[in-house]
Design a protein around this ligand. Structure first.
Ligand SMILES: C[S@@+](CC[C@H](N)C(=O)[O-])C[C@H]1O[C@@H](n2cnc3c(N)ncnc32)[C@H](O)[C@@H]1O
Length: 275
C-alpha cells in the first residue's frame, strides 16, 4: 500500500489527536466508576482512539479490554503496533455485519468513519452496535465529513484550493476521466446522524459540534487520505495518488494567498446510550 493512500499521516496530527481525546474524555466521564471497560472500536483504522483510551484508562486506574475491527488489513497490523496492548483483539471484518454474538460491550466507538458507509450499511452498523452493547452501554462517534463541517469563513479557502488543485492535476494527467461522486462527500446533517441513532434504538446523551483549527501540515496530511483526495477532485481510484499530490502541492500557496494561519473545520461528536 502506497503511503499516499493511508490515513495514518492525519492520525498523527495534534489537532486530530486532540479532537479524539475530547470524545474519549466524554465517554470516560459517562463510564466513571467502572473498574473494567470492554470497548469495541469499529472502523478502527490504525487504532488512534483505542490507543488514546488505553492511556486515559491507565491514568485513571481503569482496566480496558479493547477489540478493534476494520476491513483494511494493513491498517489493522499498524493498529496492533500503535495500540501495543497484550489484551487487545484485532478483527478483520465489516462494521455492518459483526462476526460475533451479543458480546456485552460497555462502549462502541465509531470515530471518523461512519460517513464512509453507504446509507444501508450505516443503518446496519448502528443496529449491530446496539446489538453487541450491554444495556446502558455507550455508543460514541465523531466525524468531520458531515453537512456543517465547513465554517462559512473556510469556504473561500476550499474554493481556491480546489481550483488550484484541478489545474495541477490536469497538468499531471491531461487526459484524466472524472470519477463518480464518492460517498465521503455525500454529507448527512447532524440531525440525520441523531435520527439514525434513534432509529437503531439509542438515546442521545450528548451531541456537539467542535471547532478545530487545522494547520497547513494537517491539511496536507488529510490530502494524502485516498477517500478525501478522490472526493475533493472527483478522481478515480487510478488517479487517487495524483489527486492527493495535487492537493498537497497547492496547500501552502492557498494559505499564503488568503493570509491564513489555520483552516477552521468542525467535528460532529455524538455520545448515545443503549436504552
Ligand atoms: C478515517 S479512518 C478512521 C480510523 C480511526 N477510527 C480513527 O478515528 O483514527 C476510517 C476507517 O474506516 C474503515 N472502514 C470503512 N468502512 C468500513 C466498514 N464497513 N467496516 C469496517 N471498517 C470500515 C476504513 O478501512 C478506515 O480504516
Amino acid at each position: 500500500m502506497s503511503d499516499v493512500h493511508t490515513f495514518d499521516p492525519f492520525a498523527k496530527e495534534p489537532a486530530y489527536i486532540h479532537v479524539n481525546e475530547l470524545l474519549i474524555d466524554r465517554v470516560m466521564k459517562h463510564l466513571a466508576g467502572a473498574g473494567t471497560i470492554r470497548l469495541l472500536e469499529l472502523a478502527a483504522g490504525t487504532g488512534l482512539p483505542t490507543a488514546l483510551m488505553y492511556r486515559r484508562a491507565k491514568a485513571t486506574g481503569v482496566k480496558l479490554v479493547a477489540t478493534l475491527l476494520d476491513l483494511d488489513l494493513p491498517a489493522l497490523y499498524q493498529a496492533k503496533i500503535e495500540v501495543d496492548q497484550d489484551n487487545a483483539t484485532y478483527i478483520y471484518g465489516n462494521a455492518a455485519m459483526l462476526p460475533f454474538g451479543s458480546e456485552g460491550y460497555d462502549a462502541v466507538f465509531f470515530a471518523n468513519g461512519l460517513h464512509l458507509l453507504d446509507a444501508e450499511a450505516k443503518q446496519k452498523a448502528l443496529r449491530e452496535s446496539h446489538r453487541v452493547l450491554k444495556p446502558g452501554g455507550l455508543f460514541a462517534m465523531n466525524t468531520t465529513f458531515y453537512d456543517g463541517a465547513y465554517p462559512e469563513e473556510s469556504k473561500p479557502f476550499y474554493g481556491r484550493w480546489i481550483r488550484r488543485s484541478i489545474v495541477e492535476i490536469n497538468q499531471r494527467l491531461p487526459h484524466r476521466e472524472k470519477g463518480e461522486k464518492v460517498q465521503a462527500m455525500d454529507f448527512l446533517t447532524a440531525d440525520d446522524y441523531r435520527n439514525l441513532l434513534n432509529d437503531a434504538g439509542f438515546e442521545i446523551l450528548e451531541s456537539r459540534e467542535r471547532r478545530v483549527m487545522l494547520s497547513q501540515a494537517a491539511v496536507r496530511a488529510i490530502s494524502s487520505y485516498k477517500d478525501f483526495a478522490m472526493g475533493a477532485l472527483h478522481a478515480t481510484e487510478q488517479d487517487a495518488e495524483d489527486a492527493a499530490k495535487a492537493l498537497q502541492a497547492t496547500v501552502k500557496q492557498t494559505f499564503h494567498d488568503l493570509q491564513m494561519r489555520y483552516l477552521p473545520r468542525t467535528w460532529l461528536e455524538i455520545v448515545a446510550v443503549k436504552a
